[in-house]
Design a protein around this ligand. Structure first.
Ligand SMILES: [Zn+2]
Length: 119
């Protein structure tokens, strides 16, 4: 027996629907409910924004600490014994990408750039 056949055996019954105006109490309860939902959502957004800011601070700290993890600041020593950057070849220090996994380092930089864009 298919589902369709099974429904053939269900006796039909009348369904009546009606609408009415909500009472003032019902309207007030609904407005209170919506107000509470909005308050919960606002609190959640605030908590999430604070969390995002903490994570951004952490990422900025990780990147800047990785960037400083090389002795070749101020163009000396030249070439850098750690990252190999040379002033004559106009090479930037590669401390960041040598300290963190390269993909992670650039993903963090991209994420931080994007966070500046959406402010
Ligand atoms: Zn270096």
């Amino acid at each position: 027996m298919t589902v369709h056949d099974a429904w053939e055996h269900v006796p039909s019954m009348p369904i009546t629907t009606s609408t009415r105006r909500a009472t003032n109490d019902e309207i007030a309860r609904e407005m209170d409910r919506r107000g509470e939902v909005i308050e919960r959502l606002e609190a959640r957004i605030e908590a999430l924004e604070a969390e995002v800011e903490r994570l951004r601070t952490l990422l900025r700290s990780a990147v800047s600490s990785a960037d400083r993890n090389c002795p070749c600041h101020e163009e000396t020593p030249n070439p850098c014994p750690k990252c190999g950057a040379s002033v004559e070849n106009l090479e930037a220090c590669r401390a960041g990408e040598l300290t963190l996994p390269v993909g992670v380092y650039y993903e963090i930089r991209v994420a931080l750039e994007a966070s500046h864009a959406d402010r």
